[in-house]
Design a protein around this ligand. Structure first.
Ligand SMILES: NC(=O)C1=CN([C@@H]2O[C@H](COP(=O)(O)OP(=O)(O)OC[C@H]3O[C@@H](n4cnc5c(N)ncnc54)[C@H](O)[C@@H]3O)[C@@H](O)[C@H]2O)C=CC1
Ligand SMILES: CC(C)CCC[C@@H](C)[C@H]1CC[C@H]2C3=C(CC[C@]12C)[C@@]1(C)CCC(=O)C[C@@H]1CC3
Length: 345
């Protein structure tokens, strides 16, 4: 039964609030005077004033009790792309998101902001300054991305101005920053195993990497600009650092900052992509008898060897978005936050 939540209430919930982005979002929301609840599979930290609800977002009853009195929901939960588990992605990102939408409507939530991904339009070939009107990828690079596409469509189509349920989606790309469990740890692990010596392709491909605080800033602006009749209703927004950088320069800056050598030797893109594809097919065939996770998956090779950077014009125009931390400062703050990943540590 929908309990009408007071308009203008600053009670919000972050689904996936124990994760990397979610926790940064929770901290910033609290700084800005919101009263915050977290809903996640587990509680990974404690923060005074923040209420934690542990549960699976596919469980409508568990969600409903966490959403009582909440007017604004951020949905930034997803299985990690590296889990490579099709059934899990479909259960959580598609059916779970349907459950989130239904629970929000039932609980009287007024606004839902989804963390989508800029990769929903990426098919493994160059994208230069891509805008939000690019079509969704017909051949997404992996199951994770295929389900992020379905998830974004569900949330944007649920926007219903007449009944007072407003939605929007943020599409970040290559999020990095303190506590990131993915980009820097995978990079360092690859370097420690002596595999970060090679540049895939000519090394000139431009990519967006986005400091986590800029992603958080984009989410909060979208939530605050989302009102009936605003252009934000039912729209996706690219949020990046707005400073496309050579993929391999970014990797080198992080590696060198942590005391490792930068990659130097070039390998042809098609050769590495072909090998990664073969290896991936081999993992599928061998899955019943043994399991191993290759470092150079076709998805990572495609991301490392093509141009893919996105325009933030729509976010600038509709939300007044401007990155709050530059790429240079973001890299410096990130490197300093990982003393345990330094070379020799
Ligand atoms: N990290 C990146 O570079 C990018 C991430 N994204 C999106 O941003 C969002 C956040 O990603 P990260 O913070 O990097 O991931 P993360 O893995 O650090 O956080 C995800 C959180 O979701 C929770 N979760 C997963 N399944 C759940 C379930 N069934 N019920 C409740 N909670 C569940 C996890 O426990 C975790 O705390 C995700 O939606 C991801 O698709 C989009 C673009 C780039
Ligand atoms: C081994 C090296 C060739 C690459 C190491 C770095 C990669 C782990 C990361 C470089 C680009 C990142 C990225 C994502 C995950 C981590 C990287 C592959 C995402 C797939 C995360 C989820 C998304 O929605 C899109 C991201 C694109 C960039």
């Amino acid at each position: 039964m929908a309990t009408r939540v007071r308009p203008g209430s600053k009670r919000c919930a972050v689904i996936g609030g124990s994760g990397f982005l979610g926790r940064h979002l929770v901290e910033k929301l609290q700084d800005r005077g919101y009263s915050v609840s977290v809903f996640d599979l587990h509680q990974s930290y404690q923060l005074q004033g923040v209420t934690f609800h542990t549960g699976d977002l596919c469980d409508r009853q568990a969600l409903l009790s966490a959403l009582q009195g909440v007017s604004l929901v951020f949905h930034c939960a997803s299985p990690a792309p590296a889990s490579d588990d099709r059934a899990l992605f479909e259960r959580v990102n598609i059916r779970g998101t349907q459950t989130v939408i239904a629970a929000c409507i039932e609980a009287g939530v007024q606004k839902l902001i989804l963390t989508s991904s800029a990769s929903v339009v990426f098919e493994g070939t160059d994208i230069k300054n891509g805008r939000e009107d690019l079509p969704y990828a017909r051949k997404p690079i992996d199951y994770y991305t295929a389900t992020k596409i379905q998830q974004e469509k569900l949330v944007l189509e649920a926007c219903d101005e007449q009944n007072g349920f407003l939605t929007a989606a943020i599409r970040p790309h290559g999020i990095f920053g303190p506590r990131d469990p993915q980009l820097v740890p995978i990079l360092v692990d690859t370097a420690r195993r002596g595999k970060m010596k090679f540049i895939i392709g000519d090394g000139k491909n431009l990519v967006d990497f986005t400091f986590v605080e800029n992603v958080v800033h984009g989410h909060i602006l979208a939530a605050e600009c989302l009102r009936p009749d605003s252009p934000t209703c039912g729209k996706p927004y690219h949020i990046t650092n707005d400073e496309p950088v050579r993929f391999w320069d970014f990797m080198s800056d992080v590696l060198v900052g942590l005391g490792y050598s930068a990659p130097r030797y070039h390998l042809p893109y098609t050769l590495v992509y072909g090998l990664a594809l073969l290896l991936w097919l081999l993992t599928l065939v061998l899955r019943p008898v043994m399991s191993f996770k290759p470092t150079f998956t076709p998805m990572r090779v495609a991301l490392a060897g093509t141009h893919h950077y996105y325009s933030c014009e729509r976010a600038k125009e509709d939300l007044g978005y401007k990155p709050v931390v530059s790429l240079k400062d973001g890299i410096q703050r990130t490197v300093l936050s990982y003393p345990h990943l330094r070379h020799g540590a």
